[in-house]
Design a protein around this ligand. Structure first.
Ligand code: GTP
Ligand code: CA
Length: 497
């Protein structure tokens, strides 16, 4: 009996404190392991990729996106990995030789192949969306637009990627996906109280899209979304022919019609072009679009002469809009219903290119008008001297384009001097271009869930705090156990002595 008790006293596992420490130790280790497993479910840092081709009216751009494979449904995870601008004009310009539309994409698609690791090629989806240039071509010549689409389809099918389709998207889709893009990139769906509106100015059409709380009766221009567990009621309208290039055609047409030619060559004195600007232009280049009137001047050419008078320029630009007709409670222009503007807006594509060139991205409306008036009156040779590196195609039009943008935003969409500050002229958000392509891909790959995805069991900060706490407790237990072992072993040594 005495021997047994002696054994128990010598063996520390028979002591209560040691048993408690051992149990606590096991619990803490178990806790640490469980939490780490739950928090960091198997993450193979494998990336997935997606390609979207934006076949715009003026040119085509290829966007390569990437995201961590395990975090598909987390907002803000998709980033723009690579972009490539296809050389030449938009795919609709191939209407006469449709079979060359597809091959025109070759260089950019080869760049995409290099940007994406080869083992991922096969699973990478490719989408092509065509916008207003193809909408106009379809209006004018459906066979030609069909042939162009067929050519790009055949070409993309032959790439190593997983081709998912090429189609002409609607103006509503273009507006809605642009809105999704800017709000996804700004992380507004999950973090912000309000979303941001989207203003897109292309070459052939322009879109305005914003969340409107008001409940209007069955109006076509409203779309419903349920994203991350929240309902959104979004107003969107696309104006075909009101992109920057088509608007210039409308503008030149109005002016040519207003001053019909006599017997000689027609000279158009244009207040939206710089004084000293003087070019002979083809009438056909204006009247080759279904946007302009069918009656065209009899002459093949006209002399385009700038006068640089901003007040007159704005007066003439206003003429391409119809502000008087409105059968709804409120309108933008051409009788199109628009609810009152609400919130902040991101204005991208040509809104940005033009306002950035003119240094007007952060000026109040009245200052912008003054600066633009001064810019328009600058002689053409001075403009070209000051901007030797800027393409002449763009340079000659900035006075018109700036005036068109101010008129569209103020008189068209009803922005005022007060609400002007709500417009943010942007090109990129979080290193990705603002535009409809990202929203289009997120939608087609189901990457924006209707309901909020499960978040980790503990928020990250809580997880880190708990881990630190566990480590402290563990350390304390080890020290405690060490002290206890030492005490009990010295006690038993004393007994032996
Ligand atoms: N100043 C300037 N203009 C540009 C630049 N890139 C494109 N543009 C012009 O800006 C306008 C709009 O360009 P995009 O947004 O690419 O238009 P798009 O997508 O081809 O046309 P849509 O089909 O109507 O959307 C067009 O008139 C282009 O020629 C640029 O870098 N600088
Ligand atoms: Ca566009």
């Amino acid at each position: 009996m005495a021997g047994q008790r002696e054994m128990r006293e010598k063996n520390p596992w028979h002591r209560r404190p040691i048993i408690i420490i051992a149990v606590l130790f096991t619990v803490v280790i178990g806790g640490l392991v469980t939490m780490s497993v739950m928090q960091n479910k198997p993450i193979h840092q494998k990336y997935k990729y997606g390609i979207v081709l934006d076949a715009g009216s003026s040119h085509t751009s290829v966007y390569v996106y990437q995201w961590p494979a395990e975090k598909e449904n987390n907002t803000g995870m998709v980033t723009q990995k690579h972009t490539c601008n296809v050389k030449g004009k938009g795919i609709s310009s191939y209407f006469r030789n449709a079979n060359q539309a597809g091959p025109s994409l070759r260089e950019c698609m080869e760049e995409a192949e290099r940007a994406i690791p080869t083992p991922r090629h096969q699973e990478t989806p490719v989408y092509l969306g065509a916008t207003a240039g193809m909408r106009l071509l379809r209006k004018e010549n459906e066979t030609a637009s069909g042939n162009v689409l067929l050519s790009v389809m055949q070409f993309l099918q032959a790439t190593p990627f997983s081709f998912q389709g090429a189609r002409i998207i609607t103006g509503q889709e273009e507006g809605a996906y642009g809105w999704i893009t800017v709000n996804y990139l700004s992380d507004n769906f999950r973090r912000a109280q309000h979303t941001m509106g989207a203003l897109d100015l292309g070459g052939a059409s322009t879109q305005i899209t914003f969340e409107s709380g008001d409940h209007f009766k069955s109006i076509n221009d409203f779309i419903h979304f349920r994203l991350y567990g929240k309902e959104y009621r979004v107003y969107t309208h696309s104006f075909l022919c009101y992109g920057k290039d088509q608007a210039l055609k409308l503008f030149l047409d109005r002016q040519l019609q207003a001053h019909p030619t006599g017997s000689g060559k027609q000279t158009l004195e244009d207040p939206c072009f710089h004084p000293g600007y003087n070019k002979s232009k083809s009438v056909q280049d204006i009247y080759n679009s279904p946007c302009v009137s069918e009656v065209q001047p009899s002459k093949a050419e006209f002399t385009h002469k700038g006068t640089g008078n901003w007040m007159l320029c704005q007066k003439n630009v206003r003429r391409i809009f119809n502000f008087s007709e409105c059968t709804s409670s409120s309108c933008s222009f051409n009788g199109v219903f628009q609810p009152p503007l609400k919130g902040q807006f991101g204005a991208f594509s040509a809104f940005f290119f033009v306002m950035d060139f003119l240094n007007l991205t952060s000026e109040p409306l009245e200052v912008s008008k003054k600066k633009l008036a001064a810019y328009c009156s600058m002689p053409w040779d001075e403009v070209t001297k000051n901007h030797k590196k800027v393409k002449e195609k763009y340079l000659q039009e900035y006075c018109f384009s700036g005036t068109y943008i101010l008129t569209l935003l103020e008189d068209g969409y009803n922005f005022t001097s007060e609400t002007w500050k709500d417009i943010k002229f942007i090109k990129k958000i979080a290193n990705s271009d603002a535009g409809w392509t990202l929203g289009y891909m997120l939608n087609l790959t189901n990457m924006i869930p209707a309901e909020a995805p499960d978040s980790p069991p503990i928020p990250h900060a809580g997880y880190v705090t708990l881990m630190v706490l566990f480590v402290f407790v563990l350390f304390f237990l080890i020290v405690l156990a060490y002290c206890f072992f030492r005490r009990s072993s010295s006690a038993s040594q004393k007994q032996i002595v």
